[in-house]
Design a protein around this ligand. Structure first.
Ligand SMILES: [Zn+2]
Length: 142
């Protein structure tokens, strides 16, 4: 038996499945912009995209481009990825960031060693082209 016959196929990178609510967010990422949903009644920004405002329960919203800066709220170092695609990247950092726009965003953090991280460290969102149609966010030092 050859090893080629027993080698499992390489895992595929999981990709987002845009919904009616989230399509403007994914479209913005593809253009290198962070688009946030804002409630049309109370004006508060929210993230992730969803049909109902968590503050006033309005179902009306608009989309606006947001600044890319924020500060580390928390992070985790992933040693055992949930998906085999990410195994070769481990260990890697996933950060939870308080964005200047008033929402929290989680995404991979690159270019900062885990032992150098502190709550409050300024970071900014960057964009990684993954396929022709998909751009994914990650954080770097500001
Ligand atoms: Zn609202």
């Amino acid at each position: 038996m050859s090893t080629a016959a027993t080698t499992p196929p390489a895992p595929e990178r999981p990709l987002p499945t845009p919904t009616r609510e989230s399509q403007p967010y994914w479209d913005g990422l593809r253009e290198g912009r962070l688009m946030l949903q804002h409630c049309a009644r109370c004006g508060k920004a929210r993230h992730y995209p969803r049909p109902v405002c968590p503050h006033c329960f309005s179902m009306e919203s608009t989309w606006r481009e947001a600044p890319l800066g924020g500060r580390i709220h928390s992070w985790t170092v992933c040693h055992h990825p949930f998906n085999f695609f990410f195994k070769s990247m481990a260990p890697y950092i996933v950060a939870l960031v308080d964005m200047d726009a008033g929402v929290r965003v989680n995404a991979p953090l690159r270019g900062i060693a885990a032992d150098a991280l502190k709550i409050g460290v300024p970071v900014r969102l960057a964009f990684e082209p993954v396929t022709r149609d998909v751009m994914l966010p990650y954080f770097v030092a500001a």
